[in-house]
Structure formats: structure tokens, C-alpha cells
Design a protein around this ligand. Structure first.
Ligand SMILES: [Zn+2]
Length: 880
């Protein structure tokens, strides 16, 4: 799954977002049960019939489980069952005694079982679940919205609407029989068998999933949706969106068939299911969820046609991630949540494969470079291995099973070479087809298919934590014609972090061209002597960025400039741009960056040059930023505009920004201009933003930008507008943004805190989430009790409780500080206050929380101007 810009409970979830994982994000499994439970039976088929009391948000169901006992002497059968009232149980057609305690439904057998004995267990039930099954309905504030019912099973929430065995270590076929209003559309797993008239103006839809899958992958969507149908190799495919969003279908799903072709070829196993449906739903709890043959996506993450040209890769990142899961996750499924990386790492990797195939190797290597830099900076993720039973702290866990694991698979490919690597994947998919796996299965399949032993690789990268931090030095000995390269691993060796053994290519360019020298690093401190024919002009350690690492390599400005201008690979040029951003007062540097910002052949390097200029922050750098506004790609222009917000305010720049807002063709550039005007504290910014609030745009991208900018501006005069736009009745995406902004203005105003507290009880997940984080940011201790109450409800996706606990702790620290302010605290508060410019005074250790809040806020609210890789990563490259 992919979290929203990333719990096992809610796939791409918000937790991931916090991490710096990615907007892009799916839910990560719940960490309750890192070990798979022992099983009493094997589930063979689950037939579910559901109908609904829609206004009451109630589900009425009957489920028939066909199962076989795994041993002699069972006296009862247990099913996971939460928030449901069971009215009857029958075994093989006869009444059976049952009891429900601690979310376990126990049905008594008439006699002890025999191993392999079959049973048919029929249960009647009803309930109003708050997890697993969600009703999205019109209300007084949103009278026109589409009516929808959708499910989210991962990690262990299917048992909130079906009494069922709810852990991945078993697989079953299923039938989903849904009775809904006649004008509704339904989507479920597998094949649609029939749609028949039912009483009271309803219709009954019958779906069948004929290959066995784990129960968290069972799903349905039902409601007022519009669809577009197609076929791929005689398999029905469909795109479904809430009514009113029809114009997002072509721009969002345009590459679906090509992707199905591509992955079928690349993985060596044709797409395995009887249909592929993709359905966008409102208020989804993740960005995407790979329900078998029927992916569910968040409507907030799909793309308006008018905005498609403003993003380099549309929403291909999300679409390809969930599609890869149809092989990795659905066809082959992790046995327990400890091995989730076998789902999520491969889905992350698959999205990069598509990117490389369709958008080019520059695009995917740039993405890896950015993810690497973000990950290497994450103090939470670094010390935790990809595979760990200690997954209580699932926030940390989530980031590694996505981004780090995706990187590790990328390295494995590099290590094995394409021929061996893809042969191994094909063997794994075929050998483990329709099975549940652990990491050791993959290791064994690689060895079986190719002879390659990858034990050391897995020990280091999957069971071990961290990644190497290199410090490199080089000298040239003219008499012996040798480059002496010193290589130190400077990471602290402790816990699960060790010294790394990695093969590295060193590229040395001399007057006669570039030569590659493969070396292997294995010690803390090593020196390599490299014979060359002439003085080196450029030395690249790990040319092309093939190893997950950080690197500190002292070079002169001239050397960095040469690297920026002439290195063949995007990561090496991007490294140079980054390094040059630390060199101030050097005209040659600013001018080389300006040149790269306009002329580098890959847009990502142009963006990095612009960010570097933003850090240099000199008049000359500003001139280069302004010149770069002529870039053709709107996303590069938007970076230039964003960087202009970092320069000291200046009337000319303010005018230029106003003009860009009014005249640029791209909404994303216009939106960035509003943000920069606010960041510059331009004198008339508040009035300008008020006016921008009156302008309509696709997905309300401009109003969203104006509201967010009001938060950055931090002036109390914008409060009435923020109150208006955060109120019930306004579009929910804008409400969330306005709430985020209310977290940053008029901080002494307790009425604003009270208003945000009142939003904590709203049904929409997005709204509650926005309110939670806005309260954290305001720093008003009045929010402590209400936030503690939210924690107690337990209705939160994985990782979220952890974040809320952090917020509460910060608020309590602050309350304590206010009671007994020491001189030092007061000084710190003033200092932080100045720095943060209107934000709540923050204790120094709360800065990290504020930083994370900023990222989260960005993720949550930036519906229209997102990073292209939802699951991949928060904006966290080292240049940010
Ligand atoms: Zn995923």
C-alpha cells in the first residue's frame, strides 16, 4: 500500500509522510503481531453477502467459511471479529454455540475434529464498524457529495466487517455478494459473475476471486461512481472515480495498459488475475492499496487533466507502485508483517523500474539520489534494519520497508546484473506463486536460479542497519603517476550498524579520457593506489551512485564545477550542484550554477542548481534564479520561484512574483509565486493572497496555495479568511490547508485552538488529521486533553499514534516551561521565536517535531502540487 504522502493499517500512510518517507505513501501493517499466529485450520473459501442501512452506516452480513482442520482434536473454531454483533452460527447446517470475547469469535464444534476434516461455518452478523469499512455520505455541509462505501483491509482490519481469519499467513478464494441501490456501481476482487435485480429498487452484484489470497487483500468499493472500461489481453480493466471526477480518468490512468505489458514482460510472469480495476475513492485512509485485482486509490491523489502537463510523471509513481503489488504482495505475499519489505520494497522498486523504462534512466537515478539523501539524514530510520521483529515503533519501520528496501533491491540488481537478477525474480514469482513467504525464501530462490550466494549482502543490507558514511581524500603522485585514494567509513559502529563491504567503481578522468577502477571497500580505513597516465581532472567515487551511502569528498570549486559540467551521470552532477551551494562569495560558482540551471540536459540537475543558488543567497545568485524563469518545464520554473522566496525581500522580486502569479501558464508556478510572496513578507502580501482566494482553478490549486501562504505569512489579519475556509461546508482539501495555516497564526488566541479542537470529532479522517497537527503546531496546552482522547479511540493508522504522542509530549513540555521559566528557557524561546517567525516558541528538541510537522502539513494539504512520487519520498533531498 502507499501511504498518503505513507500503517499496515492504512497503507501508504501518513506515518510514512512523517518520516520523510513519502507523500506517497500506503499503509503499513499494524505491529501488534510481528509473529504470525499458529493456525488451527486452513481457510478454503469465504462467501460474503452484504447489504447496508446506508444512513445508519450499518452493515448486515452473512459469511460462509469453507475450511479444513489442520489437526485432530480441535473443539472449536476461532475467527477474528471486531465491532460486529453475531446473531447466529451454523456448522455444516446445524446450530452451533458461539461466544465473542476480546475480538475473538469462538464457535464450538459438536465433536473434536479430525485432521483435514472439512467444515462449513455460516455466521449472521451486523455492525457499525469504524475501521475496515467506511461510509462516505452527504451531510449538511456537503449535500452534493457522492455516496460511497469502501473497505481497507491491511493490516488487520477485514475482521471489522467480516468475522474471518485476519492475518496474512493463509490464503483463500472468496465471493463478494453486494446488494446496493440500483444506480450504484460496485468493484470487488476477481470476476464479476452477475448483476441481478433485488427488492426495494436495489441490485445484487456477485464477484468471485477464484485464486486464493490473504484476507487483508479482500475488498470492495460501492457507490455513486463513474467508470470507463477497457480490455487488456482479453482481461477486463476499469477505471472508476466518484461522480464529478470523470475528467481525471484519462490523465491519471493513461499508462495502465502499457504498464501491464511492461511488468508482465519484465517480471517474466504475465499479470495473474482475472481483471484489473482501479478505483479512486473519497477520504481514503492511504494513497493507494493493492487489493487483489482491484486497487483502491485516494481521489485526492489522482490528477486533473489540466494539471497533467505540469508534473514530470503525472501519477505514474502511485499507479505503478500499486500495480507492481499485484505480483509482489498479492501473487506472492509476506507471511508476517516483519517481512513486509517483500511487498513494499518491491512495489517501490517496481515504480522505479517503470520510471526508468518510460521516463529514462536519468529520471530514475535522480529519484534514487533524492531518496538516498533523505534516508541518510533520517536519524530514526538509520539504526533500524529492514527486517526486525521489533516493529512497535512502526513509524520508523514504515520508512525502511519502502525507501531503504527499494534501494536495496536496486543495489541487488546492480550486484547480480540484469540477466541473473530478473531470472531470479521470475523464479521467485513462479516458485512462490500463491504462497506466503519470508525473506529466506527469496535468498534461496536467487541461489537456486543463478548459483549466486547473497547471504552476506542480505546480512548487511536487510538484517543489518544503516549504510556507509564515507570520507574520501585523494592525492596525485606525479613521479609514480598514481592517484592515492583514502577511504574511511565514518558511521558509528554500534547496535545493528556495522562496517560495510561494498564493491565501488572509482572513475578517474585524465587528458586521455575516463577509466574505471573497481575496488572493494571492507575496512574502516583503507588506501588505494590507482595507476593513471596523467594528472587526474575528475575523480568520481562510486560513479553513477550505485551504493546507498553518504560521501564527504573535499574538492576545489573548480573541480566541482568541472564535475557539474561534464560528469555523465545525473547523481554525480547533482552532487556537484549540491556541493557548490555551500561555496559563497564566488562569482564563478554562481555563474556555473546559473548555467546548469538553464542548460543541463536533465531537469533534475537544473532543479538542484536552483536549490544550490537559493542557499548561496547572494545578489548574483538571485539574478541566476530570475534568469532560470525561462525554463520550459513548469516544475523547474516552480523551483526557481520557490527559491526566490528565500532571498531578502526586494520590490523588484515582489513585482516579478506578482506578475508570474498573474501570467504564468502553469498553475503550479502561479501557486509557488503566492508562497514566495508570503515567504518574502512582501508589504501587500496579505491583500494579494486575499484576492487570490477568489480565483477558481483546477482542483483549487490556487486557493490552496493562497491559504497555505497565509500560514507562512503569519499575519493575524488573515485569520478571518482562514476561519472561513476551515469551516464545514468548504471543500475538505481546502479546509485541511486552512487548518494547517491556523496552526501558525495568532498563537495567543485560545478561540482558534477551541475551533480546531471541535474538528477532532468530525468523521473525515483527513479533517481530523489536519486538526491534530495544527493543534500540535499552535503549542496551546489546552489541546493536550482532547488529543489524549483521540489517542484513546484507537481509530488511527499505524504510526499516527506515535506522532500524536510526540505532539502531546511537546505540549506538556511547553506547559511545564511556562509555569517555571528559567532564564535559559526564556532566552531559547526568544531565539526560536525569532527564527520561526511567529511560530510557537519551541524548545530546542521540539524543532525536529516542527520540521516534521512542516513536511506532514505539506503532504497532507498539497493536493495539487505534489511530488511526483507519492510513495517514494517526502521532499527530503539534501538540498532542501
Ligand atoms: Zn505499497
Amino acid at each position: 500500500m502507499k501511504s498518503t504522502r505513507r500503517s499496515l493499517r492504512q497503507k501508504v500512510n501518513l506515518a510514512a509522510a512523517l518520516l520523510g518517507a513519502a507523500l506517497v505513501l500506503g499503509a503499513v501493517a499494524r505491529a501488534d503481531r510481528p509473529y504470525a499466529p499458529s493456525r488451527d485450520y486452513h481457510l478454503q473459501n469465504v462467501r460474503v453477502s452484504l447489504h447496508f442501512d446506508i444512513d445508519q452506516r450499518k452493515v448486515m452480513g452473512k459469511v460462509t467459511h469453507t475450511l479444513s482442520a489442520l489437526r485432530d482434536g480441535l473443539t472449536h473454531l476461532d475467527f477474528d471479529c471486531a465491532e460486529l454483533t453475531v446473531s447466529s452460527a451454523h456448522i455444516n447446517g446445524k446450530d452451533a454455540a458461539f461466544s465473542l470475547q476480546d475480538n475473538v469469535l469462538r464457535v464450538q464444534l459438536a465433536q473434536p475434529s479430525k485432521a483435514a476434516q472439512s467444515f462449513e461455518v455460516e455466521l449472521q452478523y451486523e455492525g457499525k464498524p469504524t475501521s475496515g469499512l467506511y461510509f462516505i455520505l452527504p451531510d449538511k455541509d456537503n449535500p452534493g457529495r457522492a455516496r460511497e462505501i469502501w473497505t481497507q483491509g491491511e493490516a488487520e482490519d477485514t475482521h471489522h466487517y467480516i468475522p474471518i481469519y485476519d492475518y496474512p499467513n493463509d490464503r483463500t478464494t472468496s465471493e463478494m455478494i453486494l446488494t446496493v441501490p440500483a444506480d450504484w456501481l460496485t468493484v470487488s476482487n476477481g470476476k464479476l459473475l452477475s448483476v441481478q435485480d433485488a427488492p426495494s429498487g436495489q441490485k445484487t452484484w456477485t464477484w468471485r476471486q477464484s485464486l486464493p489470497v490473504s484476507t487483508y487483500l479482500i475488498s470492495f468499493v460501492a457507490g455513486e461512481y463513474k467508470d470507463k472500461k477497457d480490455t487488456w489481453r482479453n482481461i477486463p480493466i476499469s477505471y472508476n472515480v466518484p461522480r464529478g471526477l470523470e475528467d481525471t480518468i484519462d490523465s491519471t490512468f493513461r499508462h495502465t495498459k502499457e504498464m501491464l505489458d511492461f511488468f508482465s514482460e519484465r517480471f517474466g510472469v504475465p499479470y495473474p488475475w482475472e481483471q484489473y480495476a482501479q478505483t479512486a475513492v473519497d477520504d481514503f485512509v492511504a494513497s493507494g492499496m493493492e487489493n487483489v485485482s482491484a486497487t483502491t486509490l485516494a481521489a485526492r491523489d489522482i490528477l486533473h487533466g489540466d494539471l497533467a502537463s505540469e508534473r514530470p510523471e503525472a501519477v505514474d509513481g502511485l499507479i505503478s507502485h500499486e500495480m507492481t503489488h499485484q505480483w509482489f504482495g498479492d501473487l506472492v505475499t509476506c507471511k508476517d508483517w516483519t517481512n513486509t519489505w517483500l511487498n513494499e520494497g518491491f512495489a517501490t522498486f517496481g515504480a522505479s523500474l517503470w520510471e526508468e523504462h518510460y521516463y529514462g534512466a536519468d529520471a530514475s537515478s535522480y529519484r534514487y539520489w533524492r531518496e538516498q539523501n533523505a534516508w541518510m539524514q533520517s536519524k530514526e530510520l538509520y539504526p533500524i534494519p529492514v527486517v526486525t521483529r521489533n516493529i512497535d515503533d512502526s513509524v520508523e519501520y514504515a520508512g525502511n520497508v519502502y525507501d531503504k528496501a527499494g534501494w536495496v533491491i536496486h543495489m541487488l540488481r546492480e550486484r547480480l546484473g540484469d540477466e541473473v537478477f530478473f531470472r531470479a525474480l521470475k523464479h521467485y514469482l513462479e516458485a512462490r506463486r500463491l504462497q506466503n513467504v519470508v525473506t529466506a525464501d527469496l535468498v534461496k530462490d536467487i541461489e537456486e536460479s543463478s548459483g549466486a550466494n547473497v547471504d552476506q549482502f542480505f546480512d548487511q543490507w536487510i538484517y543489518g542497519a544503516g549504510a556507509p558514511r564515507f570520507t574520501i581524500g585523494s592525492t596525485y603522485d606525479d613521479s609514480s603517476k598514481k592517484v592515492i585514494l583514502s577511504v574511511r567509513q565514518t558511521q558509528k559502529v554500534e547496535g545493528r550498524v556495522g562496517l560495510f563491504r561494498v564493491p565501488v567503481n572509482v572513475a578517474v578522468t585524465t587528458s586521455s579520457g575516463e577509466k574505471l577502477f573497481p575496488i572493494e571497500i571492507s575496512k574502516a580505513d583503507e588506501t588505494f593506489s590507482i595507476p593513471v597516465d596523467d594528472a587526474p581532472q575528475m575523480i568520481l567515487f562510486d560513479k553513477g551512485d550505485k551504493i546507498l551511502k553518504s560521501i564527504d569528498f573535499q574538492k576545489t570549486p573548480e573541480e566541482w564545477i568541472r564535475q557539474l559540467q561534464s560528469a555523465a551521470d545525473v547523481p554525480d552532477r547533482a552532487d556537484a550542484a549540491f556541493a557548490l551551494g555551500n561555496i559563497h562569495d564566488n562569482e564563478g560558482v554562481a555563474s556555473a550554477l546559473g548555467d546548469a540551471a538553464l542548460r543541463d540536459k536533465f531537469w533534475g540537475v537544473r532543479e538542484e542548481a536552483l536549490r544550490a543558488l537559493g542557499r548561496i543567497n547572494s545578489p548574483q545568485a538571485r539574478k541566476q534564479e530570475l534568469a532560470a524563469l525561462s525554463n520550459e518545464q513548469p516544475w523547474v520554473r516552480a523551483v526557481a520561484v520557490e527559491q526566490l522566496g528565500k532571498f531578502k525581500s526586494d520590490e523588484d522580486v515582489a513585482k516579478r512574483l506578482e506578475k508570474l502569479y498573474k501570467e504564468d501558464k502553469a498553475y503550479s508556478v502561479r501557486a509557488a509565486a503566492l508562497q514566495s510572496l508570503a515567504a518574502d513578507k512582501a508589504p501587500n502580501a496579505a491583500a494579494f493572497l486575499e484576492k487570490a482566494l477568489t480565483v477558481s482553478s483546477p482542483n483549487d490549486v490556487l486557493r490552496g496555495a493562497a491559504l497555505r501562504a497565509m500560514g507562512s505569512l503569519g499575519e493575524d489579519s488573515v485569520v478571518p479568511s482562514l476561519i472561513e475556509w476551515s469551516s464545514p461546508g468548504k471543500p475538505s482539501a481546502l479546509r485541511g490547508i486552512a487548518m494547517g495555516a491556523l496552526g501558525r497564526v495568532d498563537l495567543k488566541n485560545h478561540d482558534l485552538t477551541a475551533r480546531l479542537i471541535s474538528y477532532l470529532s468530525e468523521p473525515s479522517f483527513d479533517i481530523r488529521f489536519s486538526a491534530i497537527f495544527a493543534l500540535g503546531r499552535r503549542g496551546d496546552p489546552a489541546a493536550i486533553e482532547p488529543l489524549e482522547a483521540v489517542l484513546k479511540t484507537g481509530q488511527l493508522s499505524i504510526g499516527v499514534p506515535h506522532s500524536i504522542e510526540n505532539l502531546i509530549e511537546e505540549l506538556k513540555n511547553k506547559a511545564a516551561t511556562q509555569k517555571t521559566p528559567s532564564a535559559t528557557d526564556q532566552k531559547n524561546e526568544r531565539k526560536n521565536s525569532d527564527l520561526k517567525n511567529g511560530d510557537a516558541p519551541a524548545s530546542s528538541n521540539s524543532q525536529a517535531v516542527l520540521d516534521r510537522l512542516d513536511r506532514l502539513d505539506h503532504q497532507l494539504s498539497d493536493m495539487n502540487n505534489r511530488l511526483q512520487h507519492i510513495e517514494g519520498s517526502l521532499p527530503g533531498s539534501k538540498s532542501e
